[in-house]
Design a protein around this ligand. Structure first.
Ligand SMILES: NC(=O)c1ccc[n+]([C@@H]2O[C@H](COP(=O)([O-])OP(=O)(O)OC[C@H]3O[C@@H](n4cnc5c(N)ncnc54)[C@H](OP(=O)(O)O)[C@@H]3O)[C@@H](O)[C@H]2O)c1
Length: 336
């Protein structure tokens, strides 16, 4: 196969907190592909995903800030077509991958990334599973490991219609831990039927605060996974029983956490901690992490819905579709 010297990629010229303006500014351009370092691979991208972190990146509100213009996109699947000296065995392998490097961005026809960011996969995975394997499953696994050190009696999960929450519920079932799920839309809350295992609340209900208080008071210790931030985090924290923790892993409300009761922090042994997948990966063993992810997906046959697939040229339409209803499933961008 001839190795390309350049590729077509979507480029972001400037960060813009106004997401619509950021989307309008995106352009497709031909960009050069650099020489591979020893540990890097060149991937012919088959499909890329869109995640909340991609939107925050376009807005300049994410921890990853690249030199502009930059290729956005953090996650994809594709075929390794070339590799640096130390990674030749990966050539010809299908991989799920992510990249938050200055150079790489997955909304492109080709991607250069470190081999450490790749999980070798086979044809048993669907295109959707392959394109969404590198970020969310390991996030859920890493956070459950944090939760289990606390030995909670139950888990609380907000933004509960998302993919990370769905994976957390599967892990909770394995660990025999009941979950309390907060949705912002009534229909979603109703769809997750109340059972002895997964309870659901709707944050739009007038009785939400009272419902939350009652259900949290049934447990002695809870681990809450918070992807929302803002006043909802404070509300949850204040109703958590003593010896509980709030693991903050997303800021979907774009608001800082507020209204935390100081006395509860001091006298009730409650903690707030952050979770960052990059730190989890940096501090762990990548081979073991890959195994954990593949075991989870194979064991549970996890397959959340894809609401739509778009061609490479229709990226902006794809993002608009995703923003309108994130809980309807991920949106894929197909490169061919
Ligand atoms: N810290 C880390 O290392 C790490 C790693 C991976 C993911 N994450 C974070 O995990 C979170 C979830 O990701 P995901 O891939 O599971 O998302 P997803 O599948 O795309 O779903 C997002 C969910 O959040 C809901 N939502 C959006 N904005 C909201 C708001 N302001 N208040 C309440 N709910 C809201 C959506 O509901 P609607 O349908 O109503 O819009 C949807 O159910 C994101 O914040 C992401 O950045 C963090």
């Amino acid at each position: 196969m001839e190795i390309p010297k350049s590729t077509k990629a979507w480029l972001l010229p400037a960060y813009n907190f106004n997401l619509i303006r950021a989307l309008i500014s995106l352009k497709i351009e031909e960009i050069p592909l650099k020489t591979l370092a020893e540990n890097e691979v060149l991937i012919e991208v088959e499909a890329a995903s869109i995640n909340p972190s991609d939107l925050a990146f376009l807005q300049g509100g994410y921890q990853v800030v690249k030199k502009l213009p930059a290729v956005p996109g953090f996650e994809a699947t594709g075929l390794v077509i070339a590799a640096g000296m130390n990674q030749r065995l990966l050539i010809g392998k299908k991989v799920s991958c992510f990249s938050q490097d200055e150079y790489g961005g997955t909304w492109a026809k080709h991607l250069i990334t470190s081999a450490d960011n790749c999980i070798i996969i086979d044809d048993s995975l669907s295109l959707y599973q392959a394109a969404t394997l590198a970020i969310n499953p390991l996030t859920a696994i890493g956070m459950m490991e944090m939760a289990e050190t606390q030995k909670p009696e139950a888990l609380l999960i907000n933004a509960a219609g998302g993919v990370v929450p769905a994976l957390l519920r599967l892990l909770a079932e394995k660990a025999n831990l009941p979950t309390i799920n907060i949705f912002r839309k009534k229909a979603q809350a109703d769809a997750l039927s109340n059972s002895s295992f997964h309870f659901s609340l709707c944050s739009a209900d007038e009785s939400f605060e009272e419902d939350l208080k009652i259900i949290l008071s049934k447990y002695k210790s809870i681990c809450a996974f918070d992807a929302v931030g803002g006043s909802q985090s404070g509300l949850i924290f204040n109703y958590l029983p003593s010896n509980s923790q709030l693991i903050v892993y997303g800021g979907l409300s774009n608001e800082n956490i507020g209204d935390i009761d100081v006395l509860q922090m001091i006298f009730q042994n409650k903690k707030i901690v952050g979770f960052n997948l990059n730190d989890y990966i940096r501090n762990g063993n990548m081979d073991l992490n890959r195994k954990k992810v593949l075991d989870l997906i194979t064991e549970t046959k996890f397959q959340s819905s894809v609401q739509a697939e778009f061609d490479f040229e229709d990226l902006v339409k794809a993002i608009r579709t995703y923003i309108k209803n994130m809980s309807a499933g991920k949106v894929l961008i197909k490169m061919k």
